[in-house]
Write a protein that binds this ligand. Structure first.
Ligand code: PLP
Length: 395
């Protein structure tokens, strides 16, 4: 048995998306910028895909800019608000401590260029509140960028409330919605979102394609200079097969959202309830406002990396929160941001589900994880100290 429970890292492309892409390789292979018939056919297909993506977000087609993925969209949104903010003497940006690195590293780069960044605390309820955003806004704030939902711990942020706060203060609001698009209902106008990033491969579309929604009237800077593609805001021949595949996947995800959410949430809750029976563990993330597929735990006295390898050997593909940074194994910045101490943060496990996972798979995971945790604890000197009372349990 092979169980794929790492859908927050990437998803398997759907058959429908794959089939939708094929004619773009075989028949509609033209360059949308070409004036001849083959090119113009491709251009019509591009326009159609743009309209379909826009419809899923509640915006106009001309407010959609196709990119190479979520990371590029995040970079472009943040760089744009920073550039135009600086022109007005506004060089303060508000974000959260548990953003994706595509956001955090862009903000780090801007700090080196003289911007000031406020990262909101996420210890309370493993989430942020609109009030925190409101309290942080200053006259020189040029951007609020808060993710829609966290990729590691699944917390879903109060986006409509944050949007309302930003609108009231007249500050542009960007959200990295890569984990939310196709999984949660989004209406950029009703939620007062000015810019939004999405990525095809997080909702069963192809990799290497994404989009930036940017409200009409809000200026963008180019990250990729080149031709006049994407209203002059993103040079490079459009990746038409990927764009078409992404549009198909997004339409399916939105059309089947209620059904998929019901199924995935039931699997998630069964998994959470079962794993919580393991002693000395803790659920990470907002228990109520949570992505349908996210299960994230810390287990005291083990190493997340060993857990992953043992689970893989048992056919379970999962993820830990840890990222290997410059050769040394640092615990995840997200787990540290919610207040997990280093030792605990190292024992993390993320299982991210989709509607294709089954009840039998959850049963298998619920058999295997407790066994592996016990096995690893029995080999761990830290666990022995905890058991002997030479160390205090944190969880
Ligand atoms: C995956 C992810 C990204 C990066 O998207 P890519 O398309 O892989 O560049 C950005 N933000 C979040 C929250 C993600 O989960």
């Amino acid at each position: 048995m092979q169980i794929y429970a790492d859908n927050a890292a990437t998803t398997k492309i759907s058959q429908h998306a794959l089939q939708a892409m094929m004619p773009c390789f075989e028949t509609h292979y033209g360059n949308p910028s070409s004036l001849h018939t083959v090119g113009q056919e491709a251009n019509e297909i591009l326009a159609d895909a743009r309209a379909r993506v826009a419809a899923c977000l509640g915006c106009e087609p001309r407010e959609i800019y196709f990119t190479s993925g979520g990371s590029e969209a995040d970079n472009q949104a943040i760089r744009s608000a920073a550039f135009y903010g600086a022109k007005k003497g506004k060089k303060h940006i508000i974000s959260t401590a548990f953003e994706h690195h595509a956001v955090l590293h862009t903000l780090n780069a801007l700090e080196k260029e003289g911007f000031e960044v406020t990262l909101l605390d996420v210890k309370n309820g493993h989430n942020v509140t609109a009030q925190q955003v409101k309290d942080a806004i200053r006259p020189d704030t040029c951007l609020v960028t808060c993710m829609y939902a966290n990729n590691e711990i699944g917390s879903v942020l109060p986006i409509a409330e944050i949007g309302a706060v930003c609108k009231e203060a007249g500050v542009p609001f960007h959200t990295d919605a890569v984990q939310a698009v196709g999984h949660l209902h989004i209406d950029v106008k009703a939620q007062n979102i000015d810019m939004l990033s999405l990525s095809g491969h997080k909702f069963h579309g192809p990799k290497g394609v994404g989009a930036l929604y940017c409200r009409r009237g809000l200026p963008l800077v180019n990250i990729i200079e080149g031709g006049a593609q994407e209203r002059g805001k993103r040079g490079g021949t459009e990746n038409l097969p990927a764009i078409v595949g992404m549009a198909a996947a997004l339409e399916d995800a939105c059309a089947n959202m209620a059904e998929n959410t019901a199924k995935t949430t039931a699997l998630r809750d069964k998994l959470i309830t079962g794993l919580e029976k393991i002693p000395h563990c803790a659920l990470n993330g907002d228990r109520v406002n949570r992505l349908p597929g996210n299960v994230s735990f810390c287990f005291e006295g083990i190493e997340g990396e060993s857990l992953l390898l043992y689970l893989d050997a048992q056919g379970v593909c999962a993820s830990s929160g840890s990222a290997c940074t410059s050769g040394s194994l640092d615990p995840s910045h997200v787990l540290l941001a919610i207040g997990r101490v280093h030792d605990v943060a190292h024992g993390s496990l993320r299982l991210s589900l989709c509607h294709e996972n089954t009840d039998e798979e959850i049963d298998h995971i619920l058999t295997v994880v407790p066994q592996v945790v016990e096995l690893l604890r029995n080999m761990s000197p830290v666990w022995r100290d905890l058991q002997n009372g030479e160390r205090e349990y944190i969880l």
